[in-house]
Design a protein around this ligand. Structure first.
Ligand code: NAD
Ligand code: DAU
Length: 473
């Protein structure tokens, strides 16, 4: 073990987010001689409430962007370490709109490394096990520090990129750095967009939880307090230039976790909706934390997942005022993303004269318009610049004859097999306007043609809504 590093003044980036704020609490509670400067942009995921009530002589909040080099020049001098948590952290958001992930996760890390180089401070980089890609469900292997990088999503590819920057800057410029790659965290203060809080708060709201795909994907759950203690150990005792994997042997598949939540909340364990899978969904993550445990003596304290989950549920039940303000916008974003995934990822690009008065050139463009509109305007669909969206590439033409006129009637499913109103996913567009979620069952069981008709119907309905809003297209 190398010499113990004893920081007195640290910067915690992203300290108003879920895991960063937990680390700030951990430091305040366990290391009385340490002052923390939180640098946080307060994006939709950052909430100053997360660190409210901590002593003002121990914790200072600087609201700002890690990409702001001038700001870093002002605040980094005088500190002896940066612990870098700030990130765009949600996979689903990265699939719908990768750009902020590139900026914060890659450029932001670059800016911090440049400041570290300039002012000679110690740097710890908080990363994710997702940089390693995924493991097969039936593979006994786990990720180790030697596993090759193989990220799958826009989010994980930007985290992998940031890790690479840290490694290169360390070797080239001799920076004093460490990296940790942790598995899925759970606990209080997690944003309601993430799996566990989303399902808990849905149940509180009387809405059925949403399970992606077949629910077989495995995540390796660790309590966020264990993540914090591990990061502290690596910051103070880790060897320079080294990577440490953080995990607590908490592998569970999603359907198991969801049923545990439902049962703990007194519901039928089958009372949930199967919904369309996340594109590129990683199958399994699993961490081998032997190096961290052997070298630094770290051990997880929260080894009872059921108990930790119950305490987390109780926290969300007792702290509705904390999560309520974010809930509606989060679910609106999910509804928009669902449309984006169905129309954007699976539908053929094509030209379709839907009403005789306009031409739709690309389903993905429509989906993007809806997504952005929902991001900016909640449930109202008012695309900002519809002309821009419709000016995109046409791609291969889908023959008009593919879509019988009944698909535009809005009353009968074009396959003639079922009523739109009961089960057809295209009705999701209408449900979306009524604040209800979509269920893409047409895609789940291989009824591809049915799904295709549904997508077309979605678009037709969407267009009529756009027209109703008085926008020319
Ligand atoms: P989060 O989304 O809850 O919080 C991110 C925080 O970063 C927010 O407070 C946000 O305001 C801030 N932020 C975003 N962009 C910023 C910018 N440009 N400048 C300054 N602040 C900015 O994320 P989280 O779940 O707490 O994750 C924190 C870190 O841990 C991330 O780096 C993530 O990749 C990593 N991680 C997360 C998990 C997990 O399970 N959540 C697991 C392993 C690693
Ligand atoms: O592994 C570490 C990573 O864990 C971190 O790097 C990320 O920042 C963090 O968000 C988390 O990523 P996941 O994508 O695994 O977490 P999420 O909570 O989004 O989803 C967990 C699992 O649950 C995943 O298999 C997708 C599934 N899921 C998610 C949601 C939101 C559902 O089945 N239904 C849902 O509604």
């Amino acid at each position: 073990m190398s010499e113990i590093f004893e920081p007195k003044n640290i910067i915690v980036t992203g300290g108003c987010g879920f895991i960063g704020s937990n680390f700030v609490h951990y430091v305040v509670n366990n290391h009385p001689g340490v002052h923390v400067t939180v640098l946080d942009k307060l994006t939709y995921a950052g909430n100053p409430e997360n660190i409210a009530g901590l002593p003002s002589d121990r914790v200072e909040l600087v609201v700002g962007d890690i990409c702001d080099a001038e700001l870093l020049d002002r605040i980094v001098p005088g500190h002896d370490a940066i612990v870098h948590y700030a990130a765009e952290s949600h996979n689903d958001n990265s699939i719908a709109d990768p750009e902020p992930f590139l900026r914060t996760n890659v450029e932001g890390t670059f800016r911090l490394l440049e400041a570290v180089r300039k002012y000679g401070v110690r740097y710890h980089h908080v990363s994710t096990d997702e940089v390693y890609g995924d493991l097969a469900l039936d593979d006994p292997a786990k990720f180790t520090e030697e596993t090759p990088y193989h990220p799958s999503s826009p989010y994980s590819s930007t985290k992998a990129s940031s890790d690479m920057l840290v490694r290169a800057w360390t070797r080239t410029y001799g920076l004093r750095t460490t990296i940790s790659n942790c598995s899925n965290n759970y606990g209080p203060y997690q944003h309601v967009e993430k799996f566990i809080p989303r399902q808990i708060t849905n149940i509180i709201d009387g809405v059925r939880p949403k399970l992606y795909g077949r629910g077989e994907n495995v995540r390796d759950w660790i309590h966020t307090e264990d993540h914090s203690s591990a990061v502290w150990d690596i910051l103070t005792k880790g060897r320079m230039g080294e990577t440490y994997l953080i995990g607590a042997d908490g592998e569970k598949n999603n359907i198991t976790v969801l049923r545990m939540i439902l049962e703990a909340m007194g519901r039928d364990p089958e009372d949930f909706d199967w919904v369309a899978d996340r594109p590129g969904h990683d199958r399994r993550y699993a961490i081998d934390s032997t190096k961290l445990q052997r070298e630094l003596g770290w051990r997880p304290a929260h080894t009872d997942f059921a108990g930790g989950l119950k305490a987390t549920i109780d926290w969300y039940v007792a702290n509705e005022s904390w999560w309520r303000p974010a809930k509606e916008a989060t679910e609106a974003r999910y509804r928009a993303q669902a449309i984006f995934h169905v129309l954007g990822s699976h539908a053929p690009y094509g030209t379709y004269n839907c009403t005789g008065s306009g031409v739709v050139k690309s389903w993905a463009d429509i989906a993007r318009a809806v997504f952005e509109a929902a991001n900016g305007n909640g449930d109202r669909v008012v695309p900002v610049s519809i002309a821009d969206y419709y000016a995109g590439a046409a791609g291969p033409v889908v023959p008009r004859s593919t879509f019988p006129s009944s698909s535009r009637s809005g009353s009968t499913c074009p396959t003639g097999r079922r009523s739109l109103r009961s089960t057809c996913p295209c009705f999701g567009i209408q449900l979306y306007y009524q604040n209800e979620p979509m269920v893409h069952e047409g895609l789940a069981d291989g009824r591809a043609l049915h799904a295709l008709y549904c997508m077309v119907n979605c678009a037709v309905k969407l267009i009529s809504v756009i027209k109703l809003d008085g926008i020319e297209y």
